[in-house]
Design a protein around this ligand. Structure first.
Ligand code: ATP
Length: 466
């Protein structure tokens, strides 16, 4: 029988399973790891490859209106000036001067402590599933410690981007618990910088790409001129992206090096963009279900109009219920003609198409579904994880961990497990079968005792901690 695993416990179990079974290791672990970087082990790399392959097959091979490309990670620095990333790809950063900890201002919450209508101090808490609850507990503890009498008002949670100057000095740092050390928020650019060539000066500065999308925009004309694409059509890419996230967290959910699968779908400037946008949202939802993510864990978040970038017409995120809360998995944005126009202006090379009907040139508009492979990976692990109680022949109940993966994604498709190791007749046949199957499938052969050789994706019991 499967029993639902508590969310807090689930995350711990996932991280431990990922390590134990060779799905994910901390990067450079023998040196203590590097925050925000991960390695994929033998089973992890197969699962990840299957996610990418499924997406590529469905997005590129099975559609006749999408082509694929692969562009370089380091691009001309002018790309990032034109795209707006040099000036604006920032997160608000708050420093704690005492502990040297850094926080994303929009993830650090505070509230005044109000007793009998009077503000007597402030409390703070990092964003969590229960930020308001944590602030309330902190406010009660504040009142107790200071031996204050009177009626405590419910907390009002705000994040640090909303803090007034006079409040900042009164808000305690989460690291020290004391006020006075937090700085006002400042813009922190998340692009990793490097230098190209032997000279390390301003003229050689380049960036690791923070998204794959700009590759599709700067190669737009190349694709149009060298293939038979006709509007509407898409250009897709899978590749690594890098963001110097202030607070990488939740395992591989927010890391500093990650992989994206993005597609830019170009449409006529007069096309019904809202209809195409909706079609792509539905396509993405259907695709997520096709790889085994349950409908019950998926939802939509429509970005409020007033929070959209000026060029954006609409953005909808497909959210997933992760063990640490409902969070963005896939963003589907209607970006108008912003990117192509920016590159046309910055490079001096028009990015237009000719409209036969109106005999006029125009800049296509774009719908962009952008998703992270690692976020899908984590969603797949979280949705597939189950613990079961199994009773053996002697009536003893033991727990077993099962990872229920869609056959499309399972790292091992078939296992050949001869039950007797010493019986040559049996093992010879099993080895022959294994040799035959592995020509077409990812197959594992194992003639060790069944309980010791459990592998992810198998239905055979896997002992916890095995
Ligand atoms: P968030 O708001 O969570 O930082 P975002 O809106 O900045 O994400 P986009 O720029 O739209 O993300 O990137 C597209 C997709 O890339 C996201 O939906 C997510 O799946 C993935 N992604 C973005 N940042 C990261 C990261 N630091 N680690 C892993 N995946 C990421």
């Amino acid at each position: 029988m499967s029993s639902p695993t508590e969310p807090a416990h689930l995350m711990e179990s996932l991280v431990s399973l990922a390590k134990r079974r060779g799905f994910i290791y901390a990067s450079s672990e023998i040196y203590g790891g590097l925050n925000g970087f991960f390695d994929y082990g033998p089973l992890g790399v197969e699962l990840k490859r299957n996610i990418r392959d499924c997406w590529w097959r469905d997005m590129v091979h099975r559609r006749d209106d999408v082509v694929g490309i692969e562009t370089s990670i380091i691009m001309h620095p002018k790309v990032w000036e034109a795209s707006g990333h040099v000036a604006g790809f920032t997160d608000p950063l708050v420093d704690c001067r005492v502990s040297k900890q850094r926080y994303r201002a929009d993830q650090l919450f505070f509230s005044p402590v109000v007793i009998d209508g009077k503000t007597v101090g402030y409390v703070s808490a990092l964003e969590s599933e229960n930020t308001a609850g944590e602030l309330q507990t902190a406010a009660e503890s504040f009142k107790r410690k200071k031996a204050l009498q009177g009626a405590l008002a419910p907390v009002v949670a705000k994040d640090m981007t909303e803090a007034r100057e006079e409040e900042i000095v009164l808000i305690p740092s989460p690291a020290t618990g004391e006020p006075g050390s937090l700085t006002p928020p400042r813009a922190f650019n998340m692009m990793f910088q490097t230098n190209v060539g032997a000279m390390s000066d301003a003229s050689s500065v380049a960036y690791l790409r923070p998204e794959t999308a700009q590759g599709m925009f700067v190669d737009f004309k190349n694709v149009v001129d060298t293939t038979r694409v006709k509007l509407p059509f898409g250009i897709a890419q899978i590749g690594k992206s890098f963001r110097n996230e202030i607070t990488p967290r939740n395992f591989i959910f927010r890391s500093r090096e990650f992989e994206q699968m993005e597609m830019e779908y170009f449409i006529h400037e007069d096309a019904d963009w809202a209809k195409v946008h909706e079609e792509w949202i539905v396509w993405c939802e259907t695709w997520l279900k096709s790889i085994g993510l349950p409908d019950s864990h998926l939802s939509r978040f429509t970005h409020p109009k007033e929070k959209l970038a000026f060029y954006s017409r609409g953005t909808v995120d497909i959210m997933f219920k992760y063990p640490f809360g409902v969070q963005e998995l896939w963003g589907i944005a209607a970006r108008g003609s912003y990117d192509l126009t920016q590159h046309a202006n910055a490079s001096g090379k028009p990015q237009e198409l000719f409209d036969e009907a109106s005999k006029k040139k125009f800049v296509p508009h774009v719908i962009e579904p952008a998703v992270g492979v690692d976020r899908i990976f984590l969603a797949v692990l979280a949705a597939g994880y189950a613990e079961e109680d199994v009773t053996d022949e002697k009536g003893n109940v033991e727990k077993r961990t099962v990872l229920r993966l869609s056959p499309r994604l399972a790292p091992v498709k078939v296992a050949v497990l001869p039950l007797l190791k010493n019986k040559e007749q049996l093992t010879n046949r099993a080895k022959a079968l294994y040799a035959k199957l592995r020509r077409n499938y990812a197959v594992q052969y194992d003639d060790a005792a069944p309980s010791a050789n459990a592998t992810a994706g198998r239905t055979r019991p896997a002992r916890r901690g095995a």
